[in-house]
Design a protein around this ligand. Structure first.
Ligand SMILES: Cc1ncc(COP(=O)(O)O)c(C=O)c1O
Length: 364
């Protein structure tokens, strides 16, 4: 069967050359007579695989001195708790807690989770506009005593993305970058910490990447589980316990693929080209609509609705017949969503755009 065009929000498409290489290496990695899956995480061979992955990622990002890359478990959801536990313990932050920018569904989840561990103040919210824009930084209220300010750079469910990195003075900026990590260059030095789960642009699920300024570690709340204490993981090169070894190996292959494709600047150009085609079709039609303000539209999760929602099931069924799958929107928000992560080809978007234009001509 030919491969389908998978527009899922994650786990998502993987680059085909990466899958092919993993298949070729599955039973015997590099003449070692073992699969990567079977290797002890404490052995020199796996350590080399993991450190190569860190080096490739650091090169892609231009990681500044003083920052560390951690490979962790638990997905981005775990980080929603681990960020306040590690950075906003009462011994460091007193009762100040942290500031959060609310820009959609996932920042809402981050706020609710952080409230279990510390005081949370909303620095700004896009809720009054129905989460169709990013609140401008001039309207943010950041408390100088806050342990950090948290943003979600791309709202996977709402299709809203920060067009640029906010610049904060003094208070560390923390970002959930789960859905746009590695889709454009990042100025890491603007962040105290950023995190992303892997299953969108990095590799299979099971791996979470955390990048942090080293000095932010070492102040975890006393009840933080040891495996989730950033400083312990830093000291142990992400091997305090068994890391998700196969996912780390796959991530390393994806980093190499991105490098060979031209790095993050090339990923950004591709994201712009793909999303512009789709938004172009949506904006040129009364049949489809996207409520998100043009300047805040996500380049990686294009959310749209059919003007006549009674056609939703037919749209979905016909899309499937064209090999276009997983286009339904987030269950909480409905509508449709085309996730255009790095592994989605421009050809896949062309097929989608052609299908949508044809569907409109027959049902519009
Ligand atoms: C922006 C964002 N944050 C957090 C999560 C949760 O990630 P996980 O399921 O890996 O914990 C998701 C998942 O889609 C997401 O898109």
């Amino acid at each position: 069967m030919p491969r389908l065009f998978n527009f899922a929000a994650g786990p998502a498409m993987m680059p085909e050359p990466v899958l092919a290489r993993a298949r070729d290496e599955l039973l015997d990695w590099n003449g070692h007579g073992l699969s990567v899956m079977e290797m002890p995480f404490t052995g020199d061979v796996f350590k080399e695989i993991a450190s190569t992955a860190v080096s490739r990622l650091s090169a892609l990002l231009g990681l500044p001195p003083g920052y560390r890359v951690l490979f962790m478990h638990g997905g981005a959801m775990a980080q929603l708790a681990l960020v306040p536990l590690n950075l906003a313990a009462p011994e460091v932050a007193g009762d100040a807690g942290a500031d959060y920018v609310e820009s959609g569904y996932w920042s809402g989840r981050a706020i609710a989770e952080a409230r279990r561990y510390c005081r949370v103040e909303i620095a700004a919210s896009g809720e009054p506009g129905g989460f169709t824009h990013i609140p401008p930084q001039t309207e943010w209220c950041i408390r100088p005593e806050a342990a950090y300010c948290h943003i979600t750079t791309n709202e996977t469910a709402n299709g809203v993305q920060f067009p640029e990195t906010p610049k904060l003075d003094g208070v560390p900026l923390v970002a959930d970058m789960t859905s746009d990590f590695l889709t454009r260059p990042v100025d890491v030095s603007s962040y105290g910490l950023l995190y992303a789960s892997a299953q969108k642009n990095v590799g299979p699920s099971g791996l979470t990447i955390v990048i942090l300024r080293e000095e932010l570690g070492g102040h975890a709340h006393a009840l933080t589980p040891s495996v989730f204490d950033y400083s312990l993981q830093m000291r142990n090169d992400s091997r305090y316990n068994t890391p998700p070894t196969f996912s780390i190996y796959m991530a390393g292959l994806v980093f190499q693929w991105i490098e060979e494709e031209g790095g993050l600047a090339a990923m950004e150009r591709a994201s712009e080209a793909k999303s512009s085609k789709l938004y172009g079709l949506i904006d040129g039609s009364d049949f489809y609509c996207c409520p998100v303000a043009p300047e805040a539209r996500s380049r990686v999760n294009v959310c749209f609705k059919l003007a006549d929602e009674t056609l939703d099931d037919v749209f979905d069924k016909e899309a499937l017949e064209h090999g276009l799958i997983n286009l339904r929107g987030h269950p909480v928000l409905g509508g449709f969503r085309a996730s255009l992560y790095n592994a989605m080809s421009e050809h896949g978007v062309d097929v989608l755009v052609e299908f949508m234009a044809d569907f409109e001509s027959r049902h519009g």
